[in-house]
Design a protein. Structure first.
Ligand SMILES: [Zn+2]
Length: 94
């Protein structure tokens, strides 16, 4: 058994958090980027259809929610748009 505090290379925000939780409103999924739970549906998550070996198609949701998807998987895409430089870098410091 591993020591809880010894997990150095976990991808998850909190390794102790379950990936999915069941709420009154249904199943929610943990976003690995923001660490929040969001309802597991197309509104909050990108997904892709994966064909299984038995011919069935399975819906796979991405590990990061829509809000975080670009941040996590396409850093170059959002960097320019959202880069917030400190006032010091802009030369606006008093
Ligand atoms: Zn997120």
């Amino acid at each position: 058994m591993k020591d809880q505090h010894d997990n150095k290379t976990v991808d998850w925000v909190d390794a102790n958090k379950p990936k999915y939780i069941e709420t009154e409103l249904g199943r929610e999924k943990l976003c690995i980027q923001c660490g929040e739970y969001w309802p597991l549906d197309d509104e909050f998550w990108w997904h892709r259809n994966v064909k299984l070996v038995n011919g069935q198609v399975s819906k796979r949701y991405e590990a990061a929610c829509k809000c975080c998807y670009n941040v996590r998987y396409k850093p170059g895409k959002t960097k320019n748009k959202n880069s917030i430089r400190s006032v010091y870098e802009k030369g606006e410091a008093a």
